[in-house]
Design a protein around this ligand. Structure first.
Ligand code: GLA
Length: 389
């Protein structure tokens, strides 16, 4: 059933605005966004759908089909309470901040992106909600404005210290393409995907939360590595902005300072610097149709995320091993923040349900728990439309 019909059934009146925002997989560029580095995401064919219609009182009623919960709050209530619809409050707060004066509304959300799996379900939720709520109030948002608004809600309202990768991917990707994002100036370049490239996702069955503290810790470690390099005079001539991120640190610089930088900070920095290089090489491999190289880059990225950045876990390593064991898989790595969630693989042919089940059963042997393996197709970025006055 479409989100419009579901809205009609739920609220007994038509929706006025419907919005859709997809999840993403990031082929390369793990933990680079908040270091103003590079990434290479693809939107997937799984998305959050939101439908809204205005009410003439000051209440917001929310219904989530995916988690089977409802909620209600007053439009003036700006207090997150740790509930699934806090992001809706955050979107209202962002609208007020932007000069809007919203009245109440009903909101229905449905999604087929698994939650807390590293596929950007929360960013897609906030992109779709912000897009619907702003459009309902005649202040449509698009492109980078929409991505940044969704990120602001997540950072400032929900207190999750994420970068801008997930939101930009959800808003800006298109079918058949990855985008190469440069987080220094937020520029993007479409990179066409070879027609024989297939992408698999393996869910470990272990949910992960960004707020668990490790993500913020990695951000802090990167900042400390830069501060130390500055102290050593390595980043002296650069301006304030550049010199607070790892973007201007090179592999040679790290090598030169290998005895002066704390070994842990060195590993964190080396991951980010080498990952940016892998993104550039990965974009070229896609353009050249070189899936062997692309796969090797994913494999190297996983090793670096595991050993240098330490964001993997036994289940992610097991899923990567299971994915790599399948004939036609060229490489695999963990995706998203890590600490659970999903791994992705690139393959040179498609996989039927039987072949996907074989990978899942190998995962079960290795990890001693159930996982799920499915194929994703590079899909359409976010969209919004008015369906009635
Ligand atoms: C999460 C964050 C992103 C990004 C990735 C790691 O998905 O939301 O901003 O940092 O982790 O690449």
């Amino acid at each position: 059933m479409s989100i419009e019909s579901e809205f009609q059934t739920t609220f007994k009146r038509p929706a006025q605005v419907v919005a859709r925002a997809p999840g993403r997989v990031n082929l390369l560029g793990g933990h680079t966004d908040y270091n103003l580095g590079l990434a290479l995401p693809v939107a997937i064919d799984r998305a959050v759908h939101v439908a809204v219609a205005a009410r003439d009182d000051g209440f917001v009623r929310t219904v989530s089909r995916q988690i089977g919960e409802t909620g209600e709050f007053e439009i003036g209530d700006r207090q997150p309470v740790g509930r699934w619809d806090d992001g809706v409050k955050g979107a209202v707060a962002a609208l007020v901040e932007a000069g809007g004066a919203p009245t109440g509304f009903d909101l229905l959300v449905d999604s087929d992106i698994p939650m807390e799996a590293g596929l950007s379900s929360s960013a897609a939720f906030l992109v779709a909600v912000a897009s619907a709520v702003f459009t309902l109030n005649n202040r449509p948002l698009d492109g980078l404005d929409l991505a940044k608004t969704a990120q602001r809600i997540e950072n400032d309202f929900l207190g999750t210290p994420c970068g801008l990768l997930d939101q930009m991917a959800s808003v800006l990707c298109r079918p058949g393409e990855a985008i190469l994002i440069d987080f220094r100036d937020l520029s993007t370049r479409p990179v066409p995907l070879p027609s024989n490239l297939h992408i698999l996702v393996g869910y470990t069955g272990v949910a992960r939360k960004l707020a668990s503290g490790e993500y913020a810790k990695r951000r802090d470690e990167c900042a400390r590595a830069v501060a130390r390099l500055r102290e050593l005079g390595e980043l002296g001539e650069l301006g304030e902005k550049d010199a607070t991120t790892l973007r201007d640190v090179s592999a040679e610089m790290l090598d030169r300072r290998r005895l002066d930088l704390d070994p842990l900070l060195m590993r964190r920095a080396f991951h980010v610097v080498s990952e940016n290089e892998r993104v550039i090489a990965g974009a070229k491999a896609l353009e050249d149709g070189d899936l062997l190289l692309l796969g090797a880059l994913l494999n190297r990225a996983h090793t670096s995320l595991r050993l240098n950045y330490e964001v993997s876990c036994d289940e992610l390593d097991a899923m990567v091993t299971a994915l790599r064991s399948a004939d036609g898989v060229m490489g695999a790595r963990l995706v998203g923040a890590g600490f659970g969630g999903c791994a992705i693989a690139v393959a040179e042919h498609d996989f039927d349900d039987g072949a996907l089940a074989v990978i899942a059963s190998r995962y079960k042997i290795l990890a001693e728990r159930d996982g799920r393996v499915f194929a994703v197709t590079p899909g359409e970025g976010a969209s919004v439309r008015r369906v009635s006055a």
